[in-house]
Write a protein that binds this ligand. Structure first.
Ligand code: 5GP
Length: 179
């Protein structure tokens, strides 16, 4: 476990989960995917920016045939009745009939994942599952079936291993939480 707190912008973050703990969680998720998708050639959809490190490390642990593509979820204000709308950007592949695994860094309220899953389902894939490195069960506001969960964490704001605080902190190998 790294000993030092880090400072990003005006905030302090304390060491929380080590690189080794994260790697073990990634391996556990990979083992499940290797087992569940043997012979199925899934298409992994990594949600940028936060999931790039998780996606990279996870993919190195996969021994099945698989493909990966990178997407973004853009938020914009819809009409007053719909509130915030989330749109998928960057999905080039045809997903109809494919087995999809969405790779996310963290699921908090679940708003993002709910919107993403609805839009992906509408494209008629053979199946859609979610693999998230981190989940905050206390914060979840939707009934979501998140099949692959690396680590459940409390309602803290975390950075590192791809996750940022206002653009900074993605480069750290360990996970830190706001103090
Ligand atoms: P949700 O829609 O589930 O509330 O939020 C999902 C998104 O919020 C994540 O993809 C991530 O971008 C951001 N997020 C939620 N919690 C955290 C956190 O603790 N740290 C960071 N860096 N981002 C978070």
């Amino acid at each position: 476990m790294p000993q030092a707190t880090i400072s990003l912008h005006n905030k302090e973050f304390a060491p929380y989960l080590s690189e080794d703990q994260l790697a073990a969680a990634v391996r556990a998720v990979a083992e499940q995917i290797n087992r569940d998708y043997a012979g199925q050639k899934p298409l992994l959809l990594a949600v940028l920016n936060g999931s790039f490190m998780f996606a990279s490390d996870l993919m190195k642990e996969l021994t099945i045939d698989c493909e990966i593509s990178f997407i973004r979820v853009a938020s914009y204000q819809g009409t007053s009745s719909t509130g915030e709308v989330k749109e998928i950007l960057g999905l080039q592949e045809a997903v109809e009939g494919r087995h999809l695994v969405v790779l996310e860094d963290i699921v908090d309220t679940g708003h993002t994942m709910k919107a993403l899953l609805e839009q992906l389902q509408a494209k008629q894939p053979a199946s859609v599952e979610v693999a998230t490195l981190l989940i905050k069960p206390e914060c979840l506001q939707h009934q979501l079936n998140i099949k692959y969960q690396g680590l459940a964490i409390p309602n803290d704001f975390v950075v590192g291993y791809g996750l940022d605080y206002d653009g900074l902190g993605r480069n750290y190998r360990d996970l830190y939480r706001a103090v």
